[in-house]
Unconditional design. Structure first.
Length: 111
């Protein structure tokens, strides 16, 4: 788990972004990358959206699992509060983009 913590420090130092901003970028990036990667293999757009949302959520949960593992067995309520905050930061825009794609015609080609 130390490797993950070192990687996070490297990325924040390299980009100059704070951790909250990085969560947002990771969430959007993983969601869009998943849509792109599944395009040749999955024909139904709704299925691709579902897969991308699951992958983005998985990465958010995995990141927080690795963060909490670093603090185990000394996990406090504050650690859990920060993890929930990070999961919301990571997942907000993927869920918003999913909703716009799923329930509006904003991104339809023929509108």
């Amino acid at each position: 788990m130390v490797g993950f913590q070192q990687f996070k420090i490297y990325v924040t130092d390299f980009t100059g972004l704070d951790r909250d901003s990085l969560h947002i970028y990771v969430g959007i990036g993983v969601f869009l990358f998943s849509l792109l990667v599944t395009r040749p293999f999955v024909q139904r757009h709704l299925t691709r959206l579902n897969i991308a949302l699951l992958v983005a959520t998985f990465f958010a949960l995995l990141g927080e699992y690795l963060d909490l593992s670093h603090n185990y067995p000394n996990i406090t309520g504050e650690h859990l509060r920060l993890s929930i905050h990070d999961i919301i930061n990571t997942c907000f825009w993927p869920y918003a983009l999913y909703a716009v794609n799923r329930w509006t015609s904003l991104f339809d080609k023929h509108s």
